[in-house]
Design a protein around this ligand. Structure first.
Ligand code: NAD
Length: 318
């Protein structure tokens, strides 16, 4: 059967670049973008788009029927910082959207599901350095609770109904094309914009707050690689730990100063500090590397160079 892909939440930070990459690989008409809002012009002009509310089973089902969809990537969610402001809405969106997609697969209407989890599944009692795949998980944010519950449901649907669902726990994702959507690691994107525009940044996390991060290209590669793996290679059906780099606001500021020596940073923690303090500093992702050959490419230096070069070109209109 021919592969046909639907991305739900395609206009967000990760969905935008995932859609563009999947269209480059599979052809634009094989990859249907969907969201409750329109995306940036590059995304909207690159192939088919449908309005879908991820909480509405019938609206997903209609589009699945219209395009004979086989694979769904569910990227719609409310992220950690916004979720703390609207906990009931975050729970409703994050859980209902997942059930809608898992149930489509359970009923045999679609074949394969990608659903991202997050390092937010870990909590204050989790070992912070080199956090193992299987460890104490007592998340303290509604976002983390929804991701952990989601992981349990993914594994349950695989064991009980044979649903082919695949998942990774993304760390903070750093990208230049689309701005991040209300997470605790958003500082690591904002800092590049501010460095280029006004040569200073006020960090909402303290200078020594170390968190696991990843450049967008690596996150997209991981997503496509786990979806392309043979079913027998996927040994974990909750969600795989995934890692690339870990750094603090001070370390990223030092890296930026190598290119923009005038850049300065100040630190004023807000409510997001507490969330960041509950998360791991670094992640052991050896299962993903062993089971389906995951490898990251970008370190702090190469990621920072890419961010500064791409954003410089964007702001100068080149
Ligand atoms: P984002 O907030 O940038 O994008 C989410 C998209 O979902 C938005 O375009 C939004 O309009 C859409 N959306 C919201 N409600 C919807 C609904 N009811 N129906 C359809 N679409 C809806 O998020 P992102 O950063 O691209 O994250 C994508 C996924 O990756 C999420 O599951 C998120 O939890 C996970 N994740 C992201 C990060 C990160 O650093 N960006 C880290 C860990 C996990």
């Amino acid at each position: 059967m021919k592969k046909s892909i639907l991305i739900i939440g395609a206009c967000g930070q990760i969905g935008t670049e995932l859609t563009l990459k999947l269209r480059e690989i599979n052809g634009k008409n094989t990859v249907i973008a969907s969201d409750i809002r329109e995306g940036n012009p590059e995304l909207m002009e690159s192939g088919p788009f449908e309005f879908i509310n991820a909480m509405d089973y019938n609206s997903i089902h209609n589009v699945v029927d219209k395009y004979n969809i086989t694979d769904i990537y569910l990227m719609a969610a409310m992220l950690s910082a916004t979720g703390e402001k609207f906990p009931a809405k975050a729970w409703e969106l994050n859980m209902n959207s997942l059930f809608n997609v898992l149930n489509l697969a359970k009923e045999g209407i679609i074949k394969k599901v990608f659903w991202p989890s997050s390092i937010a599944v870990f909590g204050p009692t989790t070992p912070k350095e080199n956090t193992p795949q299987a460890t104490i998980m007592e998340p303290s944010t509604v976002y983390g609770i929804s991701k952990q519950a989601g992981e349990r449901w993914c594994e349950y649907y695989f064991n009980k109904f044979g649903v082919d669902v695949r998942s990774v726990r993304y760390p903070g994702i750093i990208s230049w094309k689309t701005k991040p959507g209300g997470g605790t690691t958003d500082y690591a994107v904002e800092i590049f914009h501010n460095a280029l525009l006004i040569e200073k940044y006020n960090s909402f996390l303290s200078k020594n707050t170390k968190l696991p991060m990843m450049y967008m290209d690596d996150a997209i590669n991981a997503t496509i690689k786990i979806m392309d793996a043979k079913p027998s290679e996927i040994k974990i059906r909750s969600s795989y730990n995934l890692a690339a780099i870990s750094f603090t606001p001070q370390e990223i500021a030092e890296e930026i100063k190598k290119t923009i020596p005038e850049f300065s940073i100040k630190y004023h923690s807000d409510f997001r500090q507490k969330i960041a303090d509950s998360w791991p500093k670094s992640i052991d992702d050896s299962n993903a590397r062993k089971d389906w050959g995951w490898k990251h490419q970008f370190n702090l230096e190469t990621m920072s160079k890419r961010m500064l070069n791409n954003l410089y070109s964007k702001y100068k209109g080149w």
